[in-house]
Design a protein around this ligand. Structure first.
Ligand code: ADP
Ligand code: MG
Length: 324
């Protein structure tokens, strides 16, 4: 690929040196050091143009989101994000486009002190595969399997902004004014640049029994905790957190709930035993992350929803699944 060496050299110069990187970009493989007694936590995610983001997405946003969704998986394990590698497939090495992708990617990585330590660059339809590598003290990882009946179910931040942003992208909403204009901008931002909840994930070690990040949709993702833990979850649908930006655009409760369950928010959903629930207020303020109790784990299976009157309601539409 023409210019590949220049491109890799520019990556090498821009990649920050970080503790634990013995050898980064430039050799046959990266060489990384971990503290004694730590476990290494590894996660890979691919974003394909036209599938995971619209083709006209700004390249810096594509790079940013690729990093964000990967670090979100480390957050859900309670890991500290440390390093990553990037397998980049590009139709051509258009200098401006590739540089903007890397700008967005490094903006998020730098804000969490994560080092880009290697990767691969190939020609083909645009796709980005990031492998994120983190660490945590052995035995402290948060998994999907540890929930117990009676645990409170919690979610960070708010739900539905990204899905609303997707529906508001179109030109028919671009003329919105005043409060709606600001809210639309905020929702588009949440779609393009999600915030991985790394500080919260680390703070939940020793507190949460189980944890997952909300990518496919709350029902689908909490469903994984239910299956892995052999339990049901009962959610109060009216307690699901919604941002001011979202409620500025959406009033209808059914429409609101559908968006809140649609996914792509990259918030953390986790379960906490009653005796540890009082610790959460301090964790929320220390990590500057809103936390909302949305339900409880119970014997049984599947995710169930209660309406305002506390009655069981029909399961709302499912989250996004590939190949459905
Ligand atoms: P090799 O033939 O050994 O795979 P490459 O030319 O693919 O070597 O890569 C040279 C160096 O550049 C390696 O250290 C590799 O990790 C790094 N590298 C290549 N592409 C990327 C990329 N997209 N992001 C980060 N590092 C990259
Ligand atoms: Mg290679």
């Amino acid at each position: 690929m023409a210019g590949e060496f220049d491109f890799i050299e520019s990556l090498r110069q821009r990649a920050q040196n970080r503790p634990g990187v013995i050898c980064g970009i430039g050799d046959d493989a990266a060489l990384l050091q971990f503290d004694a007694g730590d476990h290494c936590v590894v996660s890979t995610d691919t974003l394909v143009a036209g599938v995971h983001f619209p083709l006209d997405t700004a390249p810096a946003d594509i790079g940013y989101k690729t990093a964000a969704v990967n670090l979100s998986d480390l957050a859900a394990m309670g890991a500290q994000a440390r390093f990553c590698t990037l397998a980049l497939t590009l139709p051509s090495l258009d200098a401006g486009y590739a540089a903007a992708l890397i700008d967005g990617l490094l903006e998020l990585l730098d804000s969490h002190a994560v080092a880009l330590v290697g990767g691969d660059t190939t020609r083909g339809p645009l796709s980005l595969t990031l492998t994120a590598i983190g660490s945590l003290p052995a035995g402290t990882a948060l998994t999907r399997a540890g929930a117990r009946a009676g645990d409170g179910v919690y979610v960070s931040g708010s739900l539905g902004d990204a899905a609303a942003g997707l529906t508001l992208r179109g030109a028919e909403h671009a003329g919105a004014e005043g409060e709606h204009k600001l809210a639309r901008k905020r929702l588009l931002q949440r779609l393009a640049r999600p915030s991985p909840r790394l500080a919260l994930g680390m703070a939940l070690r020793g507190i949460a029994h189980s944890c997952i990040d909300v990518s496919d949709g709350l029902g689908a993702d909490l469903g994984h905790i239910c299956r892995a833990s052999g339990l049901a979850a009962v959610l109060e649908s009216a307690s699901l957190p919604a941002s001011r930006a979202l409620t500025t655009w959406i009033n209808d409760p059914q429409q609101l709930l559908a968006l809140q369950l649609a996914g792509d928010d990259y918030e953390l959903c986790f379960t906490v035993p009653p005796e540890r629930e009082p610790a959460l207020a301090q964790i929320a303020s220390a990590t500057h992350t809103p936390i909302t109790r949305i339900g409880i784990m119970a014997p049984g299976e599947g995710v169930h929803y209660l309406d305002d009157a506390g009655e069981l309601m029909a399961a709302p539409a499912r989250g996004y699944e590939h190949f459905r």
